[in-house]
Ligand binder design. Sequence first.
Ligand code: FES
Ligand code: MG
Length: 587
Amino acid sequence: MSKRRLRSQDWFDNPDHADMTALYLERFMNYGLTPEELTEGRPIIGIAQSGSDLSPCNRHHIDLAKRVRDGIRDAGGIPIEFPTHPIFENCRRPTAALDRNLAYLGLVELLHGYPLDGVVLTTGCDKTTPAAIMAAATVDIPAIVLSGGAMLDSVHEGRLSGSGTVIWKSRRRYAAGEIDRAQFLEAALESAPSIGHCNTMGTASTLNALAEAIGLSLTGCAAIPAAYRERGQMAYRTGKRAVELVEEDLLPSKILTRDAILNAVRVNAAIGGSTNAQPHLAAIAEAAGVELRHEDWQIHGYDIPLLADVQPAGRFLSERFHRAGGVPAIMWELAEAGVLETGCATVTGQTIGENLKGREARDREVIRAYNTPLMERAGFRVLSGNLFDFAIMKTSVISEDFRRRFLSEPGQENCFEGQAVVFDGSEDYHARINDPALEIDERSILVIRGSGPLGWPGAAEVVNMQPPDRLIRAGISSLPTIGDGRQSGTSDSPSIVHASPESADGGGLAVLQTGDTIRIDLNSGRCDMLLDEAELNRRRQETQPQVPVSQTPWQKIFRQEASQLSDGAGLRSAKGFHRIARTLPRH
Ligand code: FES
Ligand code: MG
């Protein structure tokens, strides 16, 4: 029996609505729950189940939920498991980005409209994590994140070959004629050796790391591989802790502060995290009613060094990262260096600083000390200019070779001027990239538009375009790229992504033409097409934004509702809904 009056008691133990209480209770009986379990004032803990056959990266949550239930029961709570909208990053067309807001909306309704006192959020594949956190932030009932964990380390031909990253590397080898189609497929398929999500520091591992950095997971949760016995133990402890959170009334709103979000920005840089962290953290901040400004990525993230030697920015994969100490070891370094807010509250009931005691890295090959990093200044470079108001570039994946060829001209360090080659969407790119008439050379900048939230719709992971096959054969494996879409978190391409506003929303990319000169200046953060104002104005007047026809009702609603990537691509109508659990739904 809880010491506090619980939210669920308004359904199950409400003398003013005895008639309704009978209705609320009776159908839970038909699978064997007893009336006592629901009416004794025990916390009812939801398990928001994100795993299914359509969500292979999260599917083992179906098994993990048994341990979550054990933990909830042992702490005196009642588990109620229910499905969330499935999200499968690689398979969902036109893009899984459409699903984050849909899963968010669905979960808000479930958490608000049912007799739940707290919730375990099961997360994994990219957008399942931000969707769940956004919903918990909007509703504000006690919530705790249980990551499913990454796959085991994958090996191909004796080398670590991380999820996604091996595909981007292999398609370059395929284009260069070094491997055939069968070998390409084999490399890709061998990169998935077990249950779990991507084993690189792609968007899935990144967002689960950031959930922990924010304080929403138990310490050490994010990096435990899915198949390790520790994962089941973490599931048990998470279930137990969920009940205690209800007793303590430790709400997401106490954890999701601006300081906590800025900690996530810092950790993202130190782990070489996914560019997708930017819109997702923006959307989480929005749902929590916390300010996260565009320049925060620059001010708080850019100067943080790269500490995790994990693909795509580094060499290793999930297992070595976990054994080296995982996210707490990264945060320990940042705390020691004085660049982390250690006073933030977390679901453990202790502060970040308290959680990090004794969490120093155990393997210095994989997790570097702050003073001897893999790379200085590894955060996102925020860019603006006449092509867009906002875009980011992930500097931790700029290779030495790329730096030497494009960013090292004497007197012009970190600057590049080249001719635009413009593609309207990925179909156009694939149709024309090898067309000799385009005359693409090492002074070209590949640009893709029509791939943002409205244009695609949802914003596609297409900006990491590879050069024409003949350039790859000549040893040029990447060119500067710019786009209003996204790129996979597993990509090793230093693309300029999330150009906002996008071309379909009247952004500068819409008037760019093949042959125009673009100047990128990473020192000042400018990215401009070098055209005079008169020419720019003439083109602006002549250009109509192109928005394709919506194929489904949700695509149409998404297009009407979604903000630009700079602001998180959340739903305009969701703005202003905070802590809605304070008001109970009507009987
Ligand atoms: Fe699901 Fe990478 S595709 S985690
Ligand atoms: Mg992705």
